[in-house]
Design a protein around this ligand. Structure first.
Ligand SMILES: Cc1cc2nc3c(=O)[nH]c(=O)nc-3n(C[C@H](O)[C@H](O)[C@H](O)COP(=O)(O)O)c2cc1C
Length: 171
C-alpha cells in the first residue's frame, strides 16, 4: 500500500503534525502550499490529509475539491488543526462550510489543536483577529484570538496513528 501525508497550513503547526506523522510512519509528506506539479494523488492508496482552519474554513478545501475525482475511491484520513478544541460543535460547521457532505462522509476525521503566536503574525492578520474577537461570543475563543495559544503536542497524533493502523491492517 502506498501512502502519503498531504498538508496545507500557514504558520507551521499543521506542518509540525505532518512531520511527526512522517517520523512515526515513514510516509512521505507533501506541502500543498508548494509547487507540486509532479504530484499525482491517484498514485496513492491511502491519503492522510491535514488542514489548518482559517476564518471558519478548512484551508485545504480547494485542493480536495479539485482532486476529488482522483481520490474519491481512496482511503482518506483527514485531520484539521484549529484553535477550537476537538468535540466543539464549531468543527462540524467548519467541515460542512468547506466541503460537500459526500466528501466528508468518505473520510475518517480527527481534529487536532494548533498554535497561534500573535507576535509572529503580520499587522493585517492581527487586525483581522482583533476585529474577529470583537464579534466572537464564546469568551474562550475571544481570549484565544487576542492572546494566542499553543496546544501543539506530539501526543495529539496518537488517534491518527491508530486510524492509520486500522486502515493498513485491513488492506
Ligand atoms: C487569520 C486566522 C484565522 C483563524 N480562524 C480560526 C477559526 O475560524 N477557527 C479556529 O478554530 N481557529 C482559527 N484560527 C487558528 C488556527 O486554526 C490555528 O492557529 C492553527 O494552528 C493554524 O495552523 P497553521 O500553523 O498550520 O497555519 C485562525 C488563525 C488565524 C491566523
Amino acid at each position: 500500500m502506498k501512502a502519503g501525508i498531504f498538508y496545507h497550513g500557514y504558520y507551521g503547526s499543521t506542518a509540525q503534525y505532518a512531520q511527526w506523522l512522517a517520523n512515526d510512519t515513514g510516509y512521505p509528506t507533501f506541502d500543498l502550499q508548494k509547487n507540486n506539479n509532479e504530484l499525482d494523488p491517484s498514485d496513492f492508496d491511502l491519503l492522510i490529509l491535514g488542514s489548518s482552519v482559517r476564518i471558519n474554513k478548512l484551508t485545504i478545501r480547494n485542493w480536495i475539491k479539485e482532486n476529488w475525482p482522483k481520490i474519491r475511491e481512496k482511503k482518506i484520513i483527514f485531520f484539521s488543526v484549529s484553535g477550537t478544541a476537538p468535540g466543539h460543535p464549531d468543527l462540524e460547521k467548519y467541515l460542512a462550510d468547506s466541503l460537500p457532505q459526500e466528501m466528508i462522509d468518505r473520510m475518517d476525521y480527527i481534529p487536532l489543536r494548533g498554535r497561534l503566536i500573535v507576535k509572529e503574525l503580520s499587522w493585517g492578520i492581527r487586525l483581522l483577529l482583533w476585529f474577529g474577537s470583537l464579534v466572537e461570543k464564546d469568551p474562550e475563543a475571544k481570549q484565544r484570538m487576542r492572546t494566542g495559544f499553543d496546544f501543539v503536542d506530539e501526543q495529539n497524533i496518537k488517534p491518527l496513528i491508530r486510524a492509520i493502523a486500522t486502515h493498513t491492517v485491513s488492506s
